[in-house]
Design a binder for this molecule. Structure first.
Ligand SMILES: *Cc1c(COP(=O)(O)O)cnc(C)c1O
Length: 237
């Protein structure tokens, strides 16, 4: 039976997810501190997020620039040390707001967006970390750079636009075993000299940790279910 919102204990859920991360890290012979838990707060109001902040959690993911801009400036003031990642698609007309608001943008997926982000970073004097989103299984409808094009794109981001690209991000196809996709993203990142890997969600973050994830993006397992419009990779508003 689905839990009612009032029954969701965000702090207990966070603790349980952390324990799973530690277990996954131990199995993989990794230091759990090398794995950042991004609590994905899309579709949830500030009241649901505050208990996590009060318990000391500081790393969060959001899908939509507008939704994040409405929720996070006040929370940031109340809880210093926040790290906010954009994990949803970014339209170029929201690039300035995204650069102003986020500490990392994980959905850099096309040259035009890279050029606009470079311009807005110069204008605002703020340089959020960037992850290149890779369409790891070459799905026709999905955002992301094709794996074969990733080396040239990453090189262009570094050389032409001097962008702070730190890693790769992917969302494996629904229904597939994600493990081989995580491993191929890890191999691609290693070949490009990129150390950070954003992969793994509520259902598969332990497999992602086994493959080398440095950021896992966990929403439902922490904050409970959300409305249908906030499904994974929903279009940005
Ligand atoms: C919503 C979302 C998540 C979190 O998904 P859960 O299954 O709720 O953990 C992770 N990554 C991306 C890109 C998302 O859109």
């Amino acid at each position: 039976m689905p839990e009612r919102p009032s029954e969701i204990d965000v702090v207990a859920n966070l603790r349980a997810v952390r324990a799973e991360i530690e277990h996954g890290a131990a199995l993989a012979g990794r230091d759990p501190r090398s794995i950042e838990l991004l609590a994905v707060a899309k579709g949830h109001r500030a009241e649901r997020i505050r208990p996590a902040l009060a318990a000391g959690h500081r790393a969060f993911g959001e899908n939509r620039v507008q939704e994040a801009a409405a929720k996070w400036p006040a929370l940031r003031e109340a809880y210093p040390g926040l790290r906010l990642h954009l994990i949803g698609p970014l339209q170029t007309n929201k690039a300035r707001d995204a650069v102003a608001l986020f500490d990392a943008i994980e959905t850099l997926d096309r040259p035009h967006l890279a050029a606009i982000l470079a311009r807005e970073m110069d204008r605002l004097g703020r340089r959020p970390e960037l992850f290149v989103e890779v369409n790891i299984a070459g799905e026709p409808q999905k955002a992301g750079i094709a794996p074969a094009e990733a080396p040239a794109f990453v090189a262009q981001c570094r050389e032409e636009w001097k962008l702070p690209v730190v890693g790769l991000m992917c969302i494996p196809p629904e229904g597939d075993d994600p493990a081989p996709h995580f491993l191929s993203l890890a191999a691609l990142a290693a070949s490009l000299g990129l150390r950070r890997l954003s992969m793994g969600m509520s259902g598969d973050f332990k497999k992602a940790i086994a493959a080398g994830a440095t950021e896992v993006r966990v929403g439902t397992a922490i904050f409970g279910p959300r409305a249908a419009r906030d499904a994974v990779n929903a279009a940005s508003s």
